[in-house]
Each structure stands twice: as structure tokens, then as C-alpha cells.
Design a protein around this ligand. Structure first.
Ligand code: UD1
Length: 365
């Protein structure tokens, strides 16, 4: 069985690593890795391949940045050529980035079976590109692997036959479990001159938060409030940095007291910082899951989440992205002990990749 797994952007790499390890246990599976190149620089891409021990991709389409339409069209044309040459039995896509949807459409149009890992998640907010990518990918996938019950419910409502859907758990948690000890040894805290639990870790990159001035001002206000009582550690995503610079706000952020502004960090360094954060404030999808697994308080600066299990069972609290005062009030309560304790969802146990590989190896395709 020949499978091409597709990755394009940072959150995909953590899901590829455990899958690649699991497929290696099946001599009948030939696993080809294709990177679309949506994320392309050292800090957003290469470092993850090194730290997660993923081999160099067999193909890198080198598409890079650009509008979403450009990215998808360019990926589809280049991927079509690869599929014609390789004729794989299956294409496997993960998550909800542009590469996921573009490669899904290309594969299905060429009659190749499509596997979607992390299927069925819904924010119910179609202004998010990721929501469109999820909807498009799921409705054309042949096999859908899901991380939480809400995904099963959504796919059922959307008419996906249940025999196509497999509850397997969470690949990103596989990776976290695999590398937790190594991450705990990372020296990032001494480099930043911070100690365990003395800081709030922040990430922000959603277009709904950073692609307009009101959102950026709201983030700056939130940081200013938190920094009066906790050090804020903020590795800044390239999208956010570009927007801050273009709105003339970069210097304001970079010179704030008690705020450590960093470039994007490697997987091990970032996981190290989550492990001992007093709390995390984010708009990321995956970080909501990682903090819930690690029982670290998380405030998500968004009005919706496609990962409701992190709110129902985990540590996650959603707060409107234009309400920095509320984040501050909730954070203060959390730090004074009024916090949620997490219950780990079923199958978030480090064995998800093994389940997926076993199911795929036994598919009657
Ligand atoms: C993408 C995903 C998002 C994911 C995020 C993680 C989509 C629709 N969005 O958003 O779901 O949470 O990745 O980071 O696919 N850039 C660099 N260096 C890089 C990569 C990007 O400087 O290596 C710059 C680009 O030039 C662009 C900006 O960062 O200006 C945003 O990149 P883009 O690929 O459009 O999407 P993200 O915002 O990263």
C-alpha cells in the first residue's frame, strides 16, 4: 500500500511524526511524505523536522506564502503532477490548513482514496479559513479519523456514513507524550531568565485577532494588564509581527515592561514553557488540547472553539477576543486558585498513531 501524507504548516508536523513512526512498523506500507511549503522557514518548519525526528520530505512543493486562493491553486497544480507520477493508493491529510483542503480535492478528483486525520471538528464560524477547509475535506474523505465525540456528532449530522468514521484519539498527544521528558530538559527558561510558574505564556496569530488594528490593540491591552503581576512570554508568529509592524505597534509591544517578546520557538522549547506556565493565553487550536492534557490553565482568546472537549473536560476557558479586561479578571481568579482541573479524553493516550496505522493496514480498499 502506497500512502502519501501531506503536511503544509506548523500544526501539521506534530501529527505527522507519530504517524511516520507507526507506519514504519508495517513493511507493506510505503509511506511518502509531501510538504507543500506553506510554512517554509527555519523557525516555522525546519526545526520541527529536526526536533520531531521526521525525515526530509520526499517532495517539497515549495509553494510558500500568498493569498489563500494562490496557495491552494499552486498546491493543486503541483500535487496533481506528483500524484500522476506516484499513483498512490491513498492520500492522508491532517488538520485544517490550506494544504489539507487543496490536496484533498486534488486526490479525490484523481480517484485516489482520501484519509482525513482530525476530522469532524467544527467552530461553526465560516469566517475562519480553517472551518471551510474542514468542511470541504470531510465531505469528500473516504476514511475519517477523529479526536473527540463532538466530531462524531458533527459528521453524523452532515450525513457522513458512520462506517467511514473512526474514533482513535489525538495524534498531537502522542507526540507530546513521546517528547515530554526531552522537552522538560530544554534550557529555554534559563535563556529567558524565568522560573517555573512565574510567567504567562501567550500566542496569537488568528486573522480574527491580528489582521485588524482593534484586535492588535486589544491584545496589547491584555498584555499590559497581565504584565503588572506576571511576566508575559510571547513568541510572535510571523503573521502577527507583520501586522504589528504595519499598524505601527511593534515598538509598543517590544518595549513593554515585564514582557518577553520572542521569535517563534521550536517544539521542545515551547512544550517546556507550557509544562511550567502559570497559565497560557492563546488563540491556537492545538495549544487548547496540549494545555488540557497537561492540566495547565488555558484561556482561549476567541468566541468559538472547534475543540469543545477542551472546555467541557479540560482546562480551557473561551473569552471574547475584544474583551481584554475579562481575560485579566478570569486569569486573576485562576491564579488565585479558582481553576478547572482537567479530565483526559478517551484515547488521548499516546497510542493514536498505532490505532490509525492498524486500521489503515487492514482496510479493504
Ligand atoms: C496557518 C494556518 C493556521 C495555523 C497556522 C499555524 C491556514 C488557513 N492557516 O496560518 O490554521 O494555525 O498556519 O502557524 O492554512 N510566514 C513566514 N514564514 C513561514 C511561514 C509563513 O514568514 O515559514 C508568513 C507568511 O509569509 C504570511 C504569514 O506568515 O505572511 C502567514 O502565513 P500563512 O501560511 O498565510 O498562514 P498562517 O497565518 O501561518
Amino acid at each position: 500500500m502506497k500512502i502519501i501524507s501531506v503536511v503544509g504548516a506548523r500544526p501539521n508536523f506534530m501529527k505527522l511524526a507519530p504517524l511516520h513512526r507507526a507506519f514504519a512498523g508495517y513493511p507493506d506500507i510505503e509511506h511518502i511524505i509531501l510538504h507543500t511549503g506553506q510554512h517554509y522557514d527555519e523557525k516555522m518548519s525546519h526545526i520541527f523536522f529536526t526536533q520531531l525526528d521526521i525525515p526530509k520530505p520526499d517532495y517539497n512543493l515549495g509553494i510558500g506564502g500568498g493569498s489563500h486562493t494562490y496557495q491552494k491553486a499552486a498546491v493543486m497544480m503541483a500535487f496533481e503532477k506528483v500524484l500522476s507520477d506516484e499513483r498512490p493508493d491513498m492520500v492522508l491529510v491532517v488538520g485544517d490548513v490550506n494544504a489539507t483542503a487543496a490536496c484533498s480535492i486534488t486526490a479525490v478528483k484523481m480517484g485516489i482514496k482520501l484519509i482525513h486525520v482530525e476530522a469532524g471538528l467544527r467552530s461553526h464560524d465560516r469566517r475562519m479559513s480553517e472551518e471551510i477547509n474542514r468542511l470541504v475535506t470531510d465531505c469528500i474523505s473516504d476514511y475519517l479519523f477523529v479526536t473527540e465525540q463532538s466530531a462524531i456528532d458533527h459528521l453524523a449530522v452532515e450525513g457522513v456514513p458512520p462506517e467511514k468514521v473512526f474514533y482513535v484519539g489525538n495524534l498531537m498527544i502522542d507526540n507530546l507524550i513521546h517528547l515530554a521528558d526531552k522537552a522538560a530538559q530544554a534550557t529555554i527558561k534559563s535563556k529567558l531568565k524565568i522560573t517555573d510558574h512565574s510567567y504567562v505564556l501567550m500566542t496569537m496569530h488568528r486573522p480574527s485577532n491580528v489582521d485588524h488594528k482593534a484586535g492588535l490593540l486589544s491584545i496589547i491591552k491584555m498584555i499590559e494588564l497581565i504584565a503588572t503581576y506576571k511576566t508575559v512570554v510571547f513568541p510572535v508568529h510571523p503573521r502577527t509581527q507583520k501586522q504589528l509592524i504595519s499598524h505601527g505597534l511593534w515598538d509598543t509591544l517590544a518595549t513593554m515592561q515585564n514582557v518577553i517578546v520572542e521569535e517563534p520557538l521550536g517544539y521542545l522549547e515551547f512544550l517546556n514553557l507550557i509544562q511550567t506556565a502559570a497559565a497560557v493565553v492563546t488563540d491556537s487550536g492545538g495549544i487548547q488540547e496540549e494545555t488540557s492534557y497537561l492540566n495547565v490553565p488555558c484561556i482561549t482568546f476567541r468566541i468559538s472553539t472547534e475543540r469543545p472537549v477542551t472546555v467541557d473536560l479540560g482546562t480551557n476557558v473561551l473569552i471574547d477576543n475584544l474583551d481584554p479586561e475579562r481575560v485579566n479578571a478570569v486569569l486573576k481568579n485562576i491564579l488565585s486558585g479558582e481553576r478547572k482541573e482537567s479530565v483526559i479524553p478517551l484515547y488521548w493516550d499516546g497510542k493514536t498513531a498505532d490505532r490509525i496505522a492498524h486500521i489503515i493496514a487492514n482496510l479493504d480498499y
